[in-house]
Design a protein around this ligand. Structure first.
Ligand code: CMC
Length: 390
């Protein structure tokens, strides 16, 4: 009131209080509802963590079983919505498809989408957890020109998702437990990250009274940018370009340091983490294990390691406290699983969905939430008289 502080990028301004996720960027700590990410990564599952984020406590075994069951029952998309995909070009980026189809979902549930009706909120929470992975898999299938499969509700969440992505109509799909475990872990590691750009977007859109589908659809768009979730795709493109150009890693790092137009070390740096990103540590360990278990050797993984080594010893990166973030090694794992590069950010979105839903619900039920409406400092022309155009 009366005085406005200018804070580009909200570097110093909290937009909300929150009980969900704790980060200490200097010490590399990440906790969901108080539980350290390392413990959850070792012992928990994505669905369990989804419940934890959304409802605040770990589920009992029976709560988890009925949550899983409810999600399985809601996986089907309306047949008309399936046809929505054919109206989009085959070159459509799967992130745009995911966001557009999520927005389109709301048209089927408009009469049950009141943000202040707890039953609607509950139902649409389950609907989104169930249907967005199906939409994501259809975006994948569409991009490679293959037929959509129906969800198989005898399968668990991650297996069902893998089958929808990699199963083909004429063959029986064999679930590979290595893939299941790895994907479950990666999804969980992405599940929440306090007030990042996409989560802030979800909360901001939600603060206007818009429904969950609208808010999450906007969050997906915010995530798509290369400085945010889009970085996992950009990392693989960067590694591929270095390999194909035959340029040495040292030379590439020089170009990054010289701030050549558009050249950044993608997958490095974070607004909050200034020593290391605890997720990146877990992902790096998983990358070695998964590639070995899948029997894949990828020169891009070696290239990534070389790049990391060189950057970590370099003053430019040391002075700026730039370390690998979660996106640096995920792409190599997704690639080994068989996902095309353009699906990587979609996988991030499916991972982040429980966090978005939890944060949206927290905002909606917080009596202090108001419509988000940043101030500005006006720097344009002073009042002047309209002269007419001549
Ligand atoms: N490569 C080269 N230089 C960098 C990088 C990088 N990846 N990241 C930061 N810098 C430099 C930046 O140029 C600046 O240098 P100077 O002080 O000389 O101007 C300094 O480090 C501080 O960076 P900043 O841009 O002010 O930091 P920020 O907090 O605004 O940005 C970031 C954080 C993540 C957007 C940025 O580090 C970046 O663009 N990284 C690459 C993209 C990326 O990997 N994003 C994924 C983030 S983690 C996943 C998620 O989104 O949740």
């Amino acid at each position: 009131t009366g005085h406005t502080t200018l804070d580009y990028g909200f570097v110093n301004t909290a937009s909300t209080k929150s009980d969900i996720t704790y980060i200490d960027g200097d010490q590399g700590i990440l906790r969901y509802r108080g539980y350290p990410i390392e413990q959850l990564a070792k012992n928990s599952t994505y669905l369990e963590v989804a419940w934890l984020l959304i409802y605040g406590e770990l589920p009992s075994a029976s709560e988890l079983a009925s949550f899983d069951e409810r999600i399985r029952r809601h996986t089907l998309l309306h047949e008309d919505l399936k046809r929505f995909f054919s109206s989009l070009p085959p070159t459509a980026h799967p992130m745009s498809v995911l966001s557009a189809a999520t927005a389109a979902l709301s048209t089927y549930y408009e009469s049950e989408s009141d943000p202040h009706n707890p039953e609607h909120v509950e139902l649409n929470t389950v609907r989104m957890l169930a249907k967005l992975p199906v939409i994501a898999a259809y975006a994948h299938k569409k991009s490679i020109g293959q037929a959509f499969l129906y969800p198989d509700n005898s399968l668990g969440f991650v297996d069902n998702f893998l089958k929808l992505n990699f199963g083909v109509l004429s063959e029986i799909y064999e679930v590979n437990p290595v893939m299941t475990k790895a994907l479950d872990l990666l999804l969980m590691l992405h599940a929440d990250h306090e007030q990042n750009a996409s989560t802030s977007t979800v909360r901001l859109v939600g603060s206007t009274g818009a429904n969950q589908f609208a808010s999450i659809s906007a969050g997906i768009q915010a995530l798509s940018g290369p400085l945010h979730g889009g970085a996992n795709e950009a990392v693989l493109q960067m590694l591929g370009r270095i390999r194909d150009s035959g340029e040495s890693v040292e030379r590439f790092v020089e170009r990054v340091k010289n701030k050549e137009e558009g050249v950044k070390l993608m997958g490095f740096g974070h607004r909050v983490y200034k020593n290391y990103d605890p997720r990146a540590k877990l992902v790096k360990e998983a990358a070695d294990e998964v590639l070995e278990a899948l029997g894949v050797s990828d020169p891009l993984l070696d290239l990534a390691k070389e790049l990391e080594q060189i950057a970590l010893q370099d003053d430019y990166f040391k002075e700026r406290r730039l370390y690998p973030n979660v996106d640096f090694y995920t792409g190599v794992i997704y690639k080994a699983m068989g996902f095309p590069t353009r699906m990587f950010t979609v996988l991030f979105a499916i991972g982040r969905l429980p966090g978005w839903l939890a944060q949206w619900r927290e905002a909606i039920t917080d009596p202090q939430t108001k419509i988000g409406r940043p101030q500005q400092l006006y720097t344009g022309a002073a009042e002047r008289n309209y002269p007419g155009i001549g």
